[in-house]
Design a protein around this ligand. Sequence first.
Ligand SMILES: [Zn+2]
Length: 122
Amino acid sequence: MVEQQVGRKTIEALRRKLQAKEQELRAAISRHAREGRQPDDLGTQDLADQATVCYSKEERFQHGSHNRELLALVQAALRRTEDGDFGLCTSCQAPVEKKRLEVMPWAEYCVGCQQLQEKGLL
Ligand SMILES: [Zn+2]
């Protein structure tokens, strides 16, 4: 499937996308870190509000750790653009579908391997 393989121009465009995403994630992570250190002012709120605050705090935490995982994937993909194996599945070495890379240029696996990974078979 030669037509699916990403060319140098596409890699360059995706690399810029990855760099922008890296910046965005770094900014989001440091913002979350700052918010996390702020003391909660629950004194004037009723119980319903407190529940909302706790919930959103938990959500924020999960979102923050998701950002860090994604940042690691983005950085690994950027390294692959330098090593010259960007766009290849890190498991089976087959070219990752171009459409998939356009949506998530940090994808490590081709669709087949991703499905195996999600089932815990990889
Ligand atoms: Zn694969």
